[in-house]
Ligand binder design. Structure first.
Ligand SMILES: C[S@@+](CC[C@H](N)C(=O)[O-])C[C@H]1O[C@@H](n2cnc3c(N)ncnc32)[C@H](O)[C@@H]1O
Length: 192
């Protein structure tokens, strides 16, 4: 069964079953096989990319270790945003990211993704969207960053799962074939 069908099945389940499934996804090691888009990207030998939403830098560090990137742009305003960070944990997250990513050629842009577009070059190998998961933001991030990706490159992100209906809606509405992989990853291949 494809990921998309799992998502539809999950959406039809009662809430307690959904919560149980989310917990299982977090604790069963064999279900944590790595993010699907990264596995796909690996085959493209990416050089330059962007991650929207850095947090503590865990995924950025994974990408930097996995790929031989000449440059990685990292966009995150590290500000409170409704429903996601109620405790100001973003301050700690920013320090963690700065420390763990220090050895690498990364460019931090401490802005909302929508305000950082002009600082990002064209012809990117990939953009990974994992910032604000609300519908309007994901929709805007896709629209703003898709033109930045080179032909054959990937634009995708995290959390194409029923717990984030805004992600699913915005991704589906963009109208390109959606590829799905492990850990809720989704991506489009840039068309020529
Ligand atoms: C789920 S976390 C990112 C996790 C990270 N990608 C990882 O997997 O290691 C979401 C991050 O998005 C950031 N964020 C929220 N709104 C944003 C926006 N409009 N543009 C860019 N980043 C945003 C938050 O500050 C937070 O650090």
């Amino acid at each position: 069964m494809e990921h998309r069908q799992w998502v539809e099945l999950y959406a039809m389940c009662p809430k307690p079953i959904q919560w149980l499934a989310s917990i299982l996804l977090k604790v069963v090691p064999t279900m944590r096989t790595g993010r699907g888009m990264l596995k796909e990207l690996y085959r493209l030998h990416p050089q330059v990319g962007v991650e929207i939403g850095i947090s503590t830098g865990v995924n950025a560090l994974t990408m930097l270790k996995m790929f031989s990137l000449s440059r990685l742009f990292l966009v995150d305003p590290y500000q409170f945003y409704k429903g996601i960070d109620k405790r100001g944990a973003w301050k700690h997250a920013r320090q963690c990211a700065a420390k763990s990513l220090e050895p690498y050629n990364v460019t931090f842009i401490f802005k909302q993704a929508s305000e950082a577009v002009d600082e990002i070059p064209n012809n990117l190998d990939f953009v990974y969207i994992d910032g604000n998961h609300n519908y309007e933001f994901v929709k805007q991030d896709i629209a703003n960053y898709y033109p930045k990706v080179r032909e054959g490159g990937l634009l995708g992100g995290h959390d194409y799962i029923p717990l984030h209906p805004g992600v699913i809606k915005a991704v589906n509405e963009f109208g390109l074939p959606v590829h799905c992989g492990t850990e809720g990853d989704w991506w489009f291949v840039k068309e020529g």
